[in-house]
Design a protein. Structure first.
Length: 331
């Protein structure tokens, strides 16, 4: 018989009254012990107390138990059967990821591309209620994964994204953003978000970043832009006749364009110069774009006091019957 709560838990304090009742019984019993003066006790040494004598305190135990159960019944023990109805207003998020060869620079570890993928996947894992997708771009752009709640499949497609997927190198920021917006424009989600990550300057594609920003604004898509790369120069791996050699190349990020895109669409621009800053950026976006979850709780309460009353009454009746039969005392 499960008990989850009591309707009147304050009444359980009455159970402490059993302590003075027990003390009163012990003191009263000591005063009522009969005394008989005799010249010797040799005739009674082998006499054992009868069962009636051994059980003489059972009447008090039955009464105390009966009273205790009555107090518990007055406190109204209850069993609660509850459930929740959750209404979720999801957020649709498209991540547009630059996979151009410059993303192989190793100012982030192990390189910009792998660091960007790892942190983005943590972001995906922390938002199980949202539909999310992935666009990759370099000199061109295409959808690697459309909006989905199947984050396991999205994770698999994220892992496959690398610099070899697009043959034309370059940085088509406008195309990368426009492709993401195309996936979001028909969404009826409460909020539509695009996260664009790049390490370069727009130098390819048929859609300019400004035009893509205008389209995002038209479809109420909020764009967060991330410029990834250290200040100054960064080590970039170059294949030579002697194997891979590293050259320090200048980091060029068109921060002006990225800021303009985010400001025009109500988003925000970030600069990630190392892995930790990149992780903090995604944490901030996660806080800015919280999924709205409404919970309605229903509770069905079942009273459990009946069984306590029943057992208490049975114990008190048994105590009364034994007191007037087996344990009856003659005046």
């Amino acid at each position: 018989m499960g008990i989850d709560t009591f309707a009147n838990p304050g009444l359980l304090w009455l159970l402490t009254g059993i302590i003075p009742l027990t003390i009163w019984y012990v003191l009263r019993y000591d005063r009522q012990d009969p005394e008989l003066k005799m010249s010797g006790l040799e005739a009674f040494r082998d006499q054992k107390p009868s069962l009636r004598i051994r059980l003489r305190h059972s009447l008090f135990v039955l009464r105390v138990l009966g009273i205790a159960l009555m107090i518990v019944a007055l406190a109204r023990p209850q069993n609660e059967d509850s459930w929740k109805q959750t209404d979720t207003e999801g957020i649709d998020v498209m991540i547009s990821l630059d996979i151009s060869r410059s993303m192989l620079a190793e100012d982030l570890k192990p390189n910009r591309l792998e660091a960007a993928k790892d942190v983005a996947l943590d972001f995906v894992a922390d938002r199980p209620n949202d539909r999310m997708g992935l666009v990759v771009f370099a000199g061109e752009a295409f959808t690697q994964c459309p909006l989905t709640t199947n984050h396991k499949e999205l994770t698999r497609l994220f892992a496959q994204a690398d610099e070899t997927m697009i043959s034309s190198d370059g940085t088509a920021i406008g195309m990368g953003l426009a492709t993401a917006i195309n996936r979001l424009k028909d969404s009826n989600a409460a909020s539509k978000v695009a996260i664009l990550l790049t390490d370069g300057v727009n130098n390819s594609g048929t859609v300019s970043p400004g035009m893509a920003a205008e389209i995002a604004k038209e479809y109420n898509v909020r764009v967060y832009t991330i410029g990834v790369g250290s200040e100054g120069t960064a080590p970039y791996p170059v294949q030579t006749a002697f194997g891979i050699q590293y050259q320090n190349q200048e980091v060029k990020i068109d921060e002006g364009i990225l800021k303009e895109i985010s400001e025009m669409t109500g988003g925000k621009y970030f600069r990630a110069t190392d892995n930790e800053k990149l992780r903090k950026i995604y944490d901030e976006i996660d806080q800015l774009e919280k999924t709205i979850i409404q919970e309605k709780k229903y509770t069905n309460v079942e009273e459990r006091f009946f069984w306590f009353v029943l057992v208490a009454v049975m114990l008190l009746i048994l105590e009364a019957v034994l007191r007037n039969t087996v344990f009856r005392q003659l005046p």
